[in-house]
Unconditional design. Structure first.
Lengths: 125, 133
């Protein structure tokens, strides 16, 4: 005979209230990616045939720099969730866990390197 | 009792991808995933280009030279199409997320429309990029 109550047996075993978090963030970043894609297309068209000084001047503009950082964050967040779904669909077992970790590491690296480069250009190095 | 080892009953398997006749809607669904995977790796090019710009004029000229070579341009053209196709296809998915647009004839229109739109947009973007330089 146990002294545990029925309630105690089921506590902490259910949803962590974040079951739809990935689904929602995939849609949220998808919506953000629409204007950000238009921004990125405009950005590259403006830099068609540009030299290094012109590239640096445009990237260093505060609105453009913030736009680029927003694009990197939203794109990479979206692609991390997307790639995780692809991995979960096709790879199983230990390899799946390793690839999901590698996915996160890759996305973190892309984000950090891009943002650092944008900030370095913006702050005039 | 059972006809198979390990006491397993042979049950019919649900039909898988390769036995279906390829349909445009199905192909577009797969292409959405493939363009997403292409864009995942294309961020390496964007990051590399930004790092090159931050590193200084000499390294930037080197990277720019590679990216604007014939092979580099082919990669960038492909990446442009992947981005625009994934974006247009994404709009379609956002529409479906609202519970609308599931009429079979309309789905076919969306599949054809998204493919044509993304290809036309890619050529327009590159035409403008060459026009303004």
């Amino acid at each position: 005979m146990t002294m545990r109550t029925p309630l105690n047996k089921v506590l902490n075993l259910g949803s962590a209230k974040s079951g739809t978090q990935d689904f929602w963030l995939q849609r949220l970043t998808a919506i953000a990616n629409i204007p950000l894609t238009l921004f990125l297309v405009w950005f590259f068209i403006s830099l068609s045939g540009a030299n290094h000084a012109q590239v640096v001047a445009l990237v260093a503009h505060p609105v453009v720099a913030v736009g680029l950082i927003a694009t990197i964050i939203s794109f990479v967040w979206h692609m991390r969730l997307g790639m995780q779904v692809v991995i979960e669909d096709y790879v199983h077992g230990n390899a799946q866990v390793i690839l999901i970790i590698a996915n996160t590491m890759f996305c973190a690296l892309i984000t950090l390197m891009s943002i650092f480069a944008i900030l370095k250009i913006s702050f005039g190095a | 009792m059972s006809t198979t080892p390990q006491n397993k009953v042979q049950r019919p398997l649900s039909p898988h991808l390769q036995i279906y006749k390829p349909m445009l809607t199905m192909t577009m669904s797969i292409v959405h995933r493939i363009t997403g995977i292409i864009l995942f790796f294309a961020t390496l090019l964007l990051t590399w280009w930004l790092i090159a710009a931050a590193a200084g004029p000499e390294y930037f000229v080197y990277v720019e030279g590679l990216l604007t070579s014939i092979i580099g341009r082919l990669f960038l053209f492909g990446a442009t199409w992947a981005l625009l196709h994934h974006a247009v296809g994404g709009l379609k998915h956002l529409l479906w997320d609202t519970g609308r647009g599931f009429d079979l004839k309309f789905i076919e229109v969306l599949a054809k429309g998204s493919l044509i739109t993304s290809i036309v947009l890619t050529f327009i973007v590159w035409a403008i990029a060459y026009g303004v330089r």
